[in-house]
Design a binder for this molecule. Structure first.
Ligand code: SF4
Length: 347
């Protein structure tokens, strides 16, 4: 057991505590980003299998009893889940959640930012892969760039501070925009996090050549800004943080070239209640059935603890160790099992 925040959390086979839960509230998305959902057709989770807000907050409560203190709502696009501020309000009442955050593509944010803030959401991450409307349309197959910018403005107006912009950098798609996005982040008082293109389930167009690496990002940014200092931090956050000479902070999530599995305390709950111990895990643990069959909280807690104590996942490190690397999950397998899709398990 690891100690922290007054709570003992179970630890896995590598001593990593169960601290951080990403909760997908829907597998649906209103964009079709090329690195996540490039296909024309998808198999969706049956609606009747989606957990209700009561079921979700009850399960989250079991996890927080066990030591989870960071909860992030994801999707798909979480703002497509009707009434989401109500779930935020329910979770915000859980005193064990020290950090309650949401990741959104921003398209619907303008209409929800105030309600999310009032419901008690602490933090927002907004995806921002380009500042160019024409490129946005090309990359997402949707015409919503202006709404994303409106969403960012609305989030600031609603009083969200510590905004983060998540930028997936793909060679040949948007790599020459990274300094522009960093400058935009400065103006918006948001910390930009550049994310390497990952070969997770759903990335059916991934190839090693398209990965614009952490090293290349640092080289481009160093040419523009001068000396870049790494920020020395302890903790499990996926982003390595860096400091520009003018004091601007930014992050790089280098899961593809520099994985950080050894300090990973994250697990993922899908909208239909399957719990995955790693983004790359092939199988998850069904927590929906026990909840719907009325199994006691103690028994569900035992299931969770026992699974976590057996955990030895380090998917990104194993992928990096492969000599040659291609698409992780073939399209036929994704169609047969949509739980393998990143948009289902909340990337
Ligand atoms: S690949 Fe798995 S173990 Fe590694 S950081 Fe990602 S979720 Fe954690």
């Amino acid at each position: 057991m690891a100690r922290g925040a007054g709570m003992d959390a179970p630890t896995d086979r590598f001593g990593r505590p169960l601290r951080n839960l990403r909760v997908s509230v829907t597998d649906r998305c209103n964009l079709r980003c090329h690195y996540c959902m490039p296909e024309e057709q998808y198999v969706w989770l049956p609606r009747e299998e989606l957990l209700t807000f009561e079921e979700l907050s009850g399960l989250v409560g079991i996890f927080t009893d066990l030591g989870v203190d960071k909860v992030r709502l994801t999707g798909g696009e979480p703002l497509l889940r009707r009434g989401l501020p109500l779930l935020v309000r329910m979770l915000a009442q859980n005193p064990r959640i020290r950090d309650l955050a949401l990741t959104t593509n921003g398209v619907l944010l303008a209409g929800h930012a105030q309600a999310l803030r009032e419901a008690g959401l602490h933090r927002l991450n907004i995806s921002l892969d380009t500042l160019r409307p024409d490129r946005f349309q090309h990359l997402t197959r949707k015409d919503n760039h202006a709404q994303v910018l409106e969403g960012i403005a609305a989030a600031r107006q609603a009083g969200f501070r510590g905004l983060k912009f998540d930028t997936v950098v793909v060679r040949g798609a948007n790599e020459e925009e990274i300094t522009d996005i960093l400058e935009f982040g400065k103006k918006a008082e948001a910390e930009v996090r550049f994310i390497e293109y990952m070969d997770v389930g759903g990335a059916t167009q991934w190839s090693p050549e398209k990965v614009f690496s952490r090293a290349e990002m640092l080289e481009v940014l160093g040419r523009r800004y001068g000396r870049i200092e790494p920020v020395v931090e302890q903790g499990s956050a996926p982003a390595e943080r860096f400091l520009l000479p003018d004091g601007t902070l930014f992050g790089i999530i280098a899961s593809t070239t520099t994985p950080f599995c050894r300090r990973c305390d994250r697990s993922r709950l899908t909208a239909d209640g399957i719990w995955y111990l790693c983004l790359y895990a092939q199988d998850g643990i069904d927590l929906r059935q026990p909840v719907r069959r009325g199994i006691s909280r103690d028994q569900i807690r035992t299931t969770i603890v026992s699974a976590w104590q057996k955990r030895n996942d380090r998917g990104a490190e194993e992928r990096r160790a492969l000599g040659s690397r291609g698409v992780f999950v073939p399209i036929q397998q994704l169609r047969a099992n949509p739980h393998l899709e990143m948009h289902t398990r909340g990337g």
